[in-house]
Every structure is written in C-alpha cells, then in structure tokens.
Ligand binder design. Structure first.
Ligand SMILES: [Zn+2]
Ligand SMILES: [Zn+2]
Length: 257
C-alpha cells in the first residue's frame, strides 16, 4: 500500500462547501472502485489548493483506465467546482499494511475479511495477498460498491462478536457463521460475481467462531453439500476445510483451537 497526497488546485471562483463536496464525491467513487483503501481521508486547505491524504493499493491505482463511470464523471466535474484535476504525490510505502498481490491476474480468488483488516476483501488464492477490486476490470455501468458495503457490515459484526461484553450476544456471530445468513448469502453472491468477471474460481470464507461440540469439530462436513471437506494441510495457515464444489473454506471453530 502507498501513502499519497492528492492536490486539487483552485482554478476559478468556488465556495469551500462546493469544493469540499466535489472532492468528497470523487474520493468516494475511487473507494467504491477499490482504488483507495480505508474510509478516512484527512483533507486540508493550503491557501491555493486542497490536499487529501489517501492510501492506494498500488502505485498506479489512480490511472484513468481503472476508473468506474462514476469515477470518470466525478473527475470531470472537478473543474465545475473550481478545482483542477488532482495532482498525485506519492509519499512512500505504508509500512503498517499488507502488500498487494503481485499476480496480474491472480490464478484464483478468495473473498475474506475481518474486523482488523483495512484492505481489499478480495485475496489471491495463491498468495492470500489482497487484490485491488479494480483489477477485476472497469464495468460499464457499475462499480464495486456492493463489495465495499458488504465488507463494512461484515467488519462491524465481527468487531461486535470480538468484544467480551457483546451487545448482541449471539446474533452477530450467527450472521457470520451461518451459511444462509443474509450476510453470507450476499458474500457468496459476490464471490460468484468475481468468478463471472474473472473466469477463475473464487472461494468464500465461512467464519467459524464457536461449536456446540469441540470433539466433533474436526469431523464436521461441508454445510453446503454435506461432503467431507477436511484438508490434510492447513491452507494459508488459516483454513482446515475447503469444499471445491461449493467453493467454501472454513476453519476449526476458534473456541475449539
Ligand atoms: Zn497472487
Ligand atoms: Zn460443499
């Protein structure tokens, strides 16, 4: 990941409100295309330009060919708000975040997220490294907003169920670990979309936090098709189960490990 600054010069008369709104719209479009990582973008006014601090998944993430239609429109609208097109200044590699997947394209994918990770929910099946969503291609009439919105809800529920004094004792965990919860149905639909876009397999991670009986945990079957899905080696050091039919991966319940 790269820490960068986007500078928007003042080129004609504008109001603070108008400029701020147009910058916000542009940054939001980049987030929903997976071109920016995270949600907080400190923006300040420096006399003759506005400046936003952003995290990019790759050095070239803001190339116009990666923009969604919404991104192109938001970019084109900047001059109407009295601003220049943004000037990118790369500040350096972010030492605190994981490295973006080197494959172009990845041989396959996993959809995986958790409360702690501020990275793309799409992972390379070989390296388990985050893959920026824009690498799936710029679609004509949509972007990856539904992936980002799914990830936000997933992370919020995961954050809740990690707490000692949970405010939603069981419902957060159920949403994460039941195959047919609304969250997981959404997630699996997104994994199918990755497959349509890429032509490669995309596995969906099914969280497993607790189990009614830890003795039986290692011999549990795939919740999708009932087949034996235990792996002899842990996949990426995290997953003890994988079903190639249902394209699901999971772990021995954390409470039983
Ligand atoms: Zn890879
Ligand atoms: Zn299965």
């Amino acid at each position: 990941m790269w820490l960068a600054e986007l500078q928007f010069r003042l080129v004609s008369d504008t109001s603070y409100h108008q400029a701020e709104q147009q910058i916000r719209q542009y940054l939001e479009a980049l987030i929903f295309q997976g071109q920016l990582i995270g949600r907080e973008f400190p923006t300040y006014f420096a006399g003759d330009h506005f400046c936003s601090r952003v995290i990019l998944p790759t050095e070239d993430a803001l190339k116009p060919q990666y923009h969604s239609q919404r991104g192109q429109q938001a970019l084109a609208a900047l001059p109407e708000a009295g601003l220049s097109y943004p000037k990118l200044k790369l500040l350096g590699q972010d030492l605190m975040s994981s490295h973006t997947d080197p494959c172009q394209p990845a041989p396959g994918y996993l959809l995986f997220t958790n409360f702690a990770e501020q990275v793309s929910p799409l992972r390379c099946s070989e390296h388990f490294a985050p893959v920026p969503l824009f690498r799936l291609g710029a679609e004509k009439h949509s972007d990856y907003e539904d992936f980002i919105r799914w990830q936000l809800q997933y992370q919020a529920l995961d954050e809740i169920q990690m707490q000692q004094q949970r405010v939603l004792p069981k419902s957060a965990e159920n949403a994460l670990q039941q195959l047919h919860s609304k969250l997981n149905r959404q997630g699996r639909r997104l994994a199918r979309r990755v497959e349509q876009l890429s032509g490669k397999a995309c596995y969906y991670y099914l969280y497993s936090g607790s189990s009614p009986d830890c003795q039986l945990e290692a011999s549990k079957v795939c919740p999708g098709c009932g087949s034996d899905w235990q792996l002899s080696d842990h996949w990426h050091g995290l997953f003890q189960f994988r079903c190639d039919n249902c394209r699901l991966v999971s772990n021995i319940a954390w409470d039983c490990q």
